[in-house]
Design a protein around this ligand. Sequence first.
Ligand SMILES: CC(C)(COP(=O)(O)OP(=O)(O)OC[C@H]1O[C@@H](n2cnc3c(N)ncnc32)[C@H](O)[C@@H]1OP(=O)(O)O)[C@@H](O)C(=O)NCCC(=O)NCCS
Length: 174
Amino acid sequence: MNFSIETLSTTPSGTDFADLGALLRDSVESGASVGFMLPLTDAELASYWKSVFDDVTSGQRLLLVARDAGRIVASVQLALAVKPNARHRAELQKLLVLRPQRGRGLGGALMRAAETAARADRRSLIVLDTSASGNALGLYARCGYTRVGVIPRYANDPDGPLIDTVIYYKELTP
Ligand SMILES: CC(C)(COP(=O)(O)OP(=O)(O)OC[C@H]1O[C@@H](n2cnc3c(N)ncnc32)[C@H](O)[C@@H]1OP(=O)(O)O)[C@@H](O)C(=O)NCCC(=O)NCCS
């Protein structure tokens, strides 16, 4: 595999920012239920990534990206719980891999990198949810996440219908 993974800690250059927008657009257009409906405007994408970098710079979020030939082709986020009683916890969000790059192990590599970053931030519990009809279920199970259960009709698919969501967690060993 010929890709590298890094943490982005400041608002990136124009090319990286555009690549992140394209990555999110590609996932939503592939049918992934990741918070957005179709059609998706460029303004929505830019506003979303700006809010992500606001959280990154305020220390409430970690953003990891994978690059292939210098370009961002995949990403994952950890929303760091800020409540005084929850600083051991993070929510893994928006694991996204560009369609042409899927099935090469990028998703798995980003999950491992996110867990390493969580441990370094003294987080010992990761929670996540994902569409029951999405394509991430096998990956989360293989990465050792425990399936808690299903919430029916939790969110809309990008093209309309309400779909079920599966909740997972993983306790990280030091
Ligand atoms: C879910 C998603 C992130 C997986 O990314 P990926 O890079 O394809 O993940 P991996 O390559 O690590 O694993 C995917 C499959 O490829 C296989 N695979 C892993 N490494 C591989 C390799 N080196 N060569 C060939 N196949 C490989 C795995 O067996 C896996 O199969 P399975 O999931 O059917 O069991 C990607 O499909 C995606 O972006 N989906 C849309 C967004 C989404 O729904 N995200 C989750 C929301 S929280």
